[in-house]
Design a protein around this ligand. Structure first.
Ligand code: PLP
Length: 409
């Protein structure tokens, strides 16, 4: 059996130039974030927090301005009481769409958890129940926006009020869309419609030196944008008009972002943004390393080891159930929390097969921390993401490889 540490070290040598590029991106993004902190004169008093209605919460206002600036947007809503990325996206959809409107997804089917929100899987309170329609255009075979199909869809339906795109591949077998490609989408659709361009930005923040151009970009604070420090929350950032519209749905029509007690969360949300560019770089390096190591061990990886990444998700096809369970056992055992637990397949709501999950995280469900999951069916594809530090991510990869090698001994 080849020494895993030796294999890892060879992979790191091969990846040196890519790691340097990732560091350069983190440097640019950190400077962007620091300039935003400086521009709005962040000060210790902003961390104080409010209770009750949360009137006159300077910290909350400065925090939202800083997020907007760091993401290259006019305004942002950033709240700890947004429970997840799905909740943030739901606020965006209900905030913008009205009865009779159509939402056009231009990246095919949206992320699984958005389906009940739209009403693709029937659900009480979905957009469908309010008379809001859904249409989709798939990406081209090479994973690009299908501009002629998008134009045809817009031309044939004047009810389209939202052009919706998902940046990360999520659980799909497609490429993640680089941030720079959204500008072309934005400029293209605006020639034909004044519909809002809305981007699900989950897992994409700070992977590129810019964020997608859109009227609204939406994400979770327990993924990239929270840097592993924010303990809950989400954001919606974009044009002043779009953010004001969704703010009336976030809280109350007529109140918008003027209220909302921060209860002392502002410091961790901003500290998380401060760490985010660096932590995203750690996770990206971990993903490259995992791909290099498991490719060397003969497994199919997407993206491949040297492919430039635009989100955190790494898939590895582990071919057998035993290998997939061994991989997850290894990742779990390398985690700081619940390292003694052995992940097993189990039934999850909404799935017809068993799902296995490894996540020994400080923050429950946080996938900026090293985690891996997937359905226990061929090709036994595990979705791995995160890594708060490269050292801990690397150790998780080493432990996963060791557990797999044990099987053949
Ligand atoms: C994680 C994710 C979401 C939202 O998921 P939550 O678990 O609700 O935070 C939406 N879209 C994509 C592409 C995601 O990766």
């Amino acid at each position: 059996m080849k020494d895993v540490y030796k294999l890892v070290s060879e992979c790191e040598t091969d990846l040196k130039d890519i790691f340097d590029e990732i560091d350069a991106t983190a440097q640019k993004n950190s400077e962007k974030v620091l300039k935003a902190f400086s521009e709005y004169k962040l000060s210790e008093r902003h961390f104080a927090g409010t209770t009750g209605y949360g009137y006159d919460d300077d910290g909350r206002e400065v925090c939202e301005k800083i997020f907007a600036r760091a993401f290259g947007c006019e305004e942002a809503a950033v709240r700890h009481n947004i429970i997840s990325g799905t909740h943030a996206i739901t606020i965006g959809l209900f905030g913008i769409l009205r009865t009779g409107d159509t939402m056009l997804s231009v990246t095919g089917m949206p992320y699984d958890t958005i389906e009940p929100v739209i009403g693709i899987t029937p659900c009480d309170g979905s957009l469908a129940e309010y008379g809001i329609h859904f249409k989709k255009v798939d990406l081209t075979a090479d994973g690009k926006f299908d501009f002629s199909a998008i134009k045809a869809a817009i031309d044939s339906d004047s009810s389209i009020k939202m052009i919706y795109a998902q940046r990360s591949k999520g659980y799909q077998a497609r490429r993640t869309i680089p941030a720079c490609e959204f500008e072309e989408l934005y400029n293209f659709v605006k020639q034909y419609t004044n519909a809002y361009v809305v981007v699900d930005n989950c897992y994409g923040e700070f992977c590129d030196v810019i964020e997608p151009k859109a009227d609204l970009i939406i994400g979770s604070l327990i993924k990239n944008a929270g840097g592993g420090i924010a303990e809950c929350g989400g954001y919606l950032a974009g044009t002043k008009e779009a953010v004001e519209k969704v703010s009336n749905r976030l809280t109350v029509p007529g109140v918008g972002r003027e209220e909302g007690a921060t209860l002392g969360h502002t410091k961790n949300i901003l500290k998380g943004l401060f760490f985010a560019p660096h932590v995203v770089a750690q996770a990206l390096k971990t993903a490259h390393l995992a791909a290099a190591v498991f490719e060397a061990m003969g497994f199919n990886c997407l993206p491949t080891a040297r492919e430039r990444r635009h989100c955190l998700v790494q898939t590895i096809d582990l071919n057998t159930k035993e290998t997939m369970l061994a991989f997850c056992k290894g990742i779990q055992s390398g985690s700081p929390v619940d390292s003694f637990v052995t992940p097993e397949g189990c039934q999850m709501p909404g799935y017809t097969c068993d799902i296995v999950m490894a996540a020994g995280t400080f923050t429950q469900g946080s996938s900026i921390e090293l985690s891996a999951d997937g359905p226990l069916v061929p090709p036994y594809r595990v979705y791995m993401q995160g890594g708060l530090t490269y050292e801990s991510g690397k150790y998780g990869v080493i432990r996963a490889a060791e557990e797999i090698l044990k099987l053949s001994k």
